[in-house]
Design a protein around this ligand. Structure first.
Ligand SMILES: [Mg+2]
Length: 277
């Protein structure tokens, strides 16, 4: 029987990033469904942690099912879900203006917050929350600005990814919408809930009751997945099936800032298939 690579022999919880690890856009990365099955067969809990806030957790369960990966909504931790959980710790039944899509709106509604679509009185809005919005426009930006600058709304964001992988190209990510609002209100979000914040990983550890030293994250981005994992003190594995290449790592090593910034993974593998030898 094949063995897990030695560094992973104590793992009881595996956190998978989605884009660049499980799939690229709508294309499955070959072999991943089988690797996940083999991990589960060893009683390793598998969960998924994505910064993409556009889909609900239920929609992710369906998307994964298409790739022959079984999951339930309790296995899915998106930046939208993490945002909804964290916002609810700050205020219950809040009035919120969203720059974002269905995933973010539905996760907040499920926590009994009210999503205001057309804000007439900016003073009534508690929070402006920004995530990826592929229908982003000037009107939405102006409403969000008004809620913060004229009203008393607090500014939060799901994530600040610069780009969004879409099959074989990169499109603008949530960070572009966040930057637009930052510019016109002259302030940064009070908190950004997605990776590289370790909040989501800490939430996963709390909910699964598994210790950091028994946990690993598989990610393709140094400045989100690996940084979040290192800050949460779990094992970090960079998989070169997404945005990061060997050349990127060599360049960063030469600059020598990689160690200081928590950006360096414990392990680097070319594909997930290398975790079994
Ligand atoms: Mg990724």
């Amino acid at each position: 029987m094949s063995q897990l690579i030695d560094d992973l022999k104590d793992v009881r919880l595996a956190i998978f990033d989605l884009d660049g690890i499980v799939y690229r856009g709508n294309n499955e990365i070959p072999g991943v469904a089988n690797i996940i099955k083999r991990l589960k067969a060893r009683s390793i809990r598998v969960v998924f942690n994505s910064n993409n806030s556009t889909l609900t957790r239920k929609m992710y369960v369906e998307k994964l099912r298409k790739f022959q990966i079984a999951s339930t909504i309790d296995d899915i931790f998106t930046s939208a879900y993490i945002t909804a959980e964290e916002i609810s710790k700050i205020k219950l039944n809040a009035q919120i203006y969203i720059i974002g899509e269905k995933g973010l709106k539905e996760e907040l509604k499920a926590k009994n917050h009210q999503i205001c679509e057309d804000v007439i009185e900016p003073n009534t809005i508690d929070f402006v929350i920004v995530g990826l919005d592929r229908n982003f426009n000037y009107k939405k930006l102006a409403i969000a600005q008004n809620c913060i600058s004229q009203g008393h709304a607090q500014f939060y964001a799901t994530n600040t990814d610069a780009t969004l992988p879409e099959n074989d190209i990169e499109l603008p990510g949530a960070g572009c919408m966040v930057a637009a609002l930052e510019r016109c209100v002259s302030q940064k979000p009070i908190s950004v809930f997605g990776k590289p914040s370790p909040l989501g990983i800490k939430m996963i550890l709390e909910k699964t009751k598994i210790q950091p030293y028994n946990t690993v994250i598989f990610g393709d981005r140094l400045d989100t997945d690996i940084m979040a994992g290192n800050q949460a003190r779990i094992k970090t594995v960079l998989v070169l099936t997404g945005v990061t290449t060997k050349e990127n790592i060599n360049e960063l090593k030469e600059k020598k800032d990689i160690m200081e910034n928590n950006l360096f993974p414990n392990i680097i593998i070319n594909s997930l298939e290398e975790i079994f030898v």
